[in-house]
Design a binder for this molecule. Structure first.
Ligand code: HAM
Length: 424
């Protein structure tokens, strides 16, 4: 038997109804904040991610699905391509390629699959889905303002509340400018030098290549050492400090609760200043339901003009997991099962189904070869609220037997009143 590849999965009904519910709710929220959709390709040049996300990150150094695209002729130059592990680099590439700065401040969102070769477990897949957004534009359009950070965070709080997700925590930090981070990394290297041999093998490697990542370590024995390390907040300059203060002030003014977490450093290299994650208790080890932050230098790193930006990506798989408890309310069962009774009745039944569906009634349509007993079984299995019997007598009378499957009550309803009666 051929099975889905490790780390990928099929999304089946009824769960797909939850995905649709989530996506339509977030599109509604994006609309009221005046965000517009962007769709970028699911594969890009490998160089985009190497330069955008950073060579030293876990994502680029070991998790990308990359292949050599040779073109059709032997003489065609090879081209290294990669399935996108995230969408921010692609959006900023599109911003530069299409000169989107002409539009001032861009408020863009996307929904789609991303690919990372991670060890699969609950809430972590090799093909997963993100719902993300990016606010990006020239500095003259206000793209650097702390008002933008706060607005994005407030929108996320609204979105999670609207989806009925409870017990989320917003963790907030400022990771400063790249110059400050370079100084901080140096200080970390010095602080780690005498202790790194007591740490896990990952941390020993990080201490040399990317000391900041030590803060991601989950190994219990390493925690006392990490707790004593310097923090990025001690290295922020005055403009960064003030920017962070203003973000926090607005959040307090609009009533969005947050926790400062000086260990939050994020796993992608492009972040500057505001960095954040929303976590959710019910998710276990993979508890980050979304993450994001500012990336004021990314456009320049990709060869574009200055274009400060801030954005986030929600792990849609995890969002749906967090929602599963309250799922029942979202799933719409058929309102009515139409049971055609007797030869030649399928066409009458189809006509009725067409009329009812035009009135937004959810109809499951049976078949005239079914005996009445089998129709009842099928209607019950489908979870229909009513069964509607369409026999020769009913067609002649233009009134149909409608039975409530929960109460057993049965009434004869004239054709013109059926939709209203079913929807009552
Ligand atoms: P990220 O933190 O790498 O950020 O991913 C964002 C979210 O995607 C995570 O919090 C998680 O919910 C979900 N996620 C990541 N990897 C997996 C996986 N293997 N399986 C399931 N879910 C996963 C970014 O991707 C940035 N581009 C976010 C951003 C946008 N920053 C600024 N703008």
């Amino acid at each position: 038997m051929i099975k889905a590849v490790r780390g990928t999965r099929d999304l089946l009904p009824p769960e797909t109804a939850l995905w649709n519910f989530v996506e339509s709710a977030v599109r509604d929220v994006f609309r009221t904040y005046n965000f517009q959709e962007i769709r970028t390709p699911i594969f890009e040049s490998t160089e985009l991610f190497a330069r955008g996300v950073g060579e030293e990150t876990d994502i680029v150094s070991k998790e990308m699905f990359t292949w050599e695209d040779r073109g059709r002729a032997e003489s065609d130059k090879g081209n290294s391509l990669t399935l996108r592990p995230e969408n921010t680099a692609g959006v900023v590439r599109a911003y530069i390629e299409h000169k989107l700065w002409d539009r001032g401040l861009n408020k863009l969102y996307y929904i789609g699959p991303q690919f990372r070769r991670e060890r699969p477990q609950k809430g972590r897949y090799r093909q997963f889905y993100q719902i993300g957004a990016e606010v990006i534009g020239p500095p003259s359009a206000g793209s650097e303002s702390p008002a933008r950070d706060a607005e994005v965070l407030e929108m996320l709080a609204t979105l999670l509340d609207r989806l009925g997700i409870q017990n989320w925590t917003l963790e907030l930090n400022s990771v400063g400018s790249s110059a400050e981070r370079a100084k901080f990394n140096d200080a970390l290297r010095v602080a780690l030098e005498p202790v790194k041999n007591q740490m896990c093998s990952d941390c020993q490697r990080r201490a040399v290549t990317n000391p900041l990542r030590v803060f991601d370590c989950k190994v219990p024995e390493d925690q006392p050492i990490i707790e004593k390390l310097p923090r990025i907040s001690e290295y922020l300059d005055e403009p960064c400090r003030q920017h962070f203060e203003q973000v926090k002030e607005i959040l307090k003014a609009v009533g969005v609760a947050f926790q400062e977490n000086s260990r939050l450093v994020r796993g992608l290299d492009y972040y500057t200043r505001t960095a954040f994650e929303f976590t959710h208790g019910a998710l276990g080890a993979q508890n980050a339901i979304l993450g994001g932050g500012r990336y004021d230098g990314l456009s320049e790193a990709l060869g574009g003009p200055a274009a400060p930006g801030i954005g986030f990506a929600i792990g849609e798989d995890r969002l749906v997991l967090a929602l599963t408890e309250s799922a029942e309310a979202v799933l719409r069962k058929p309102d009515v099962y139409i049971a055609p009774l007797g030869a030649g009745i399928n066409k009458e039944a189809a006509h009725l189904a067409r009329e009812l569906r035009r009135h937004d009634v959810v109809v499951e349509l049976g078949d005239e070869t079914f005996r009445l007993k089998k129709s009842f079984e099928a209607a019950t299995k489908a979870g229909a609220k009513y069964i509607l019997i369409v026999g020769e007598n009913e067609v002649t009378a233009n009134a149909f037997a409608l039975k409530n499957l929960a109460t057993g009550e049965q009434v004869s309803v004239p054709r013109a009143e059926l939709a209203a009666r079913i929807q009552k």
